[in-house]
Ligand binder design. Sequence first.
Ligand code: AMP
Length: 116
Amino acid sequence: MTDGNSCVFCKIAKKEIQSDILYEDAELAAFRDVNPKAPVHVLVVPKKHLSDHYALEEKDARWVGNAHLLVNRLAKDLEIEDGFRVVINCGEKAGQTVPHFHIHLMGGRDFHWPPG
Ligand code: AMP
């Protein structure tokens, strides 16, 4: 189990490892995915360590809402507001590879449904 000390997204939030950070405030950070699956691929994360979507609690509601508002602001800034995909993988079975809650914002190409 990953804790905040060994977590790659915690290290990005603390600037212990380099990344292309597009936005940060006291609670959230947004940075470009190192292995993008679309021309625009940004990850929005809480700065505090939280393993996945299912670990969310009532006290997290405010920053989760702010994270989704940030997704919309980034979509506009990155000029993909006419169509983008927002993905949250929860758990290994769903394809989650980094056990720190994150929202994928992807755009700049067509997407298909259902996803794989
Ligand atoms: P998921 O599979 O939903 O857990 O997504 C994890 C995402 O994190 C993948 O799209 C990876 O490419 C991305 N990723 C992993 N390490 C880094 C890193 N150091 N900087 C930016 N993105 C990363």
